[in-house]
Design a protein around this ligand. Structure first.
Ligand SMILES: NC(=O)c1ccc[n+]([C@@H]2O[C@H](COP(=O)([O-])OP(=O)(O)OC[C@H]3O[C@@H](n4cnc5c(N)ncnc54)[C@H](OP(=O)(O)O)[C@@H]3O)[C@@H](O)[C@H]2O)c1
Length: 293
């Protein structure tokens, strides 16, 4: 039986991968036990596990902090995948790496979607470091799958939906401005974990877009989630200019899963149906968690 190594196993996506790969021979690792951006630690880990398949869910994901914490951002997002690829290439291991819609500039006319053959051009340090991570993989091994996903939410860890829910529960009457001029494809980490398992089983290689079908803006996403939970909210749409952030974000990063569909292995449904399923499956637990925090 193949051994699977899940890196970033305690994170939002990593913990769903741990559940999704349950029953197989899996090893999960995360900080602080192993820092894969340290080449020696990374290689020691790989030599001791000798995985046939590596699933890298680890990243420095604080998009705004990346603008100032450049060293930490580049170590985790560019150097670390490079080390994994170096080992995978030499040892004939299959590397599955998760990347982002933020490798694109976002200047496509609304609502044109982006496929894998479209040219990248990140506008943030996070996006630049993630694109560099992709490039290092492509340069060091040919046994890889890079899955670019977007706007992840899930049961574990932090995400936009939990933040919107927490702010609403803390102060239900207060107006909350939410950006309504950035469009993307919200994606449930549990479904992405299922997609990763399919890609692993088929050893489907190359760069893939891997998001839910359809698109929305952040305001629409926040409203849809609270409505699924039957919680009254007071969200107000605003523009990116009204809500400036340290990192620039793409206005249109709607991805099309062209290659997954060509191979007949796309598992994603429309984002609205996925969100409903998430709310049914985990809405109560998420509310309990948010109330405690
Ligand atoms: N979240 C999104 O909306 C989104 C959108 C598009 C793409 N993605 C990509 O999807 C993937 C999964 O994201 P996520 O939301 O699951 O992220 P997450 O919840 O932040 O999980 C990342 C995990 O990786 C760990 N990690 C970071 N640096 C590490 C290192 N050097 N060595 C070992 N472990 C390390 C983190 O540990 P600490 O928590 O201790 O730092 C954390 O447990 C990432 O590649 C991300 O770039 C995410």
């Amino acid at each position: 039986m193949s051994t699977y190594l899940i890196v970033g196993a305690k994170g939002q996506l990593g913990s769903d991968c741990m559940r999704q790969f349950d029953g197989l021979e899996i090893v999960g690792i995360d900080l602080p036990e192993v820092d894969i951006s340290d080449r020696q630690q990374c290689f020691d880990l790989l030599e001791s596990v000798r995985p046939e398949v590596i699933v890298n869910c680890a990243a420095y994901t604080a998009v705004d902090a990346c603008e100032t914490e450049k060293d930490a951002c580049w170590r985790a997002n560019a150097d670390a995948p490079g080390y994994l690829a170096e080992w995978a290439g030499r040892n004939k291991s299959f590397l599955i790496h998760v990347s982002t819609d933020y490798v694109f500039p976002g200047n496509r006319p609304l609502f044109e979607s982006l496929s894998e053959s479209d040219e990248a051009g990140p506008v943030s340090e996070y996006g630049r470091s993630k694109l560099a991570g992709e490039q290092r993989i492509v340069d060091r091994t040919d046994r890889f799958a890079i899955l670019r996903t977007a706007w992840l939410y899930g049961r574990s860890g932090k995400n936009f939906l939990k933040t919107m829910l927490r702010l609403t529960l803390q102060n239900p009457e207060k107006e909350l401005k939410v950006v309504a001029d950035q469009y993307g494809s919200p994606t449930w980490s549990e479904t992405l974990a299922r997609q990763i398992r399919v890609v692993a089983e088929k050893q489907a290689a190359g760069i893939f877009h891997a998001t839910s079908e359809g698109y929305c803006n952040w305001y629409e996403l926040a409203c849809a989630f609270l409505e699924e939970l039957s919680i009254k909210h007071n969200f107000v749409p605003c523009s990116t200019d009204e809500y400036p952030t340290p990192a620039k974000r793409p206005a249109n990063s709607i991805l099309e899963n062209t290659r997954l569909k060509e191979l007949g292995i796309n598992v994603f449904k429309n984002w609205r149906d996925e969100l409903k399923n998430f709310a049914v499956a985990h809405g109560e637990d998420v509310q309990k968690e948010v109330k405690k925090s």
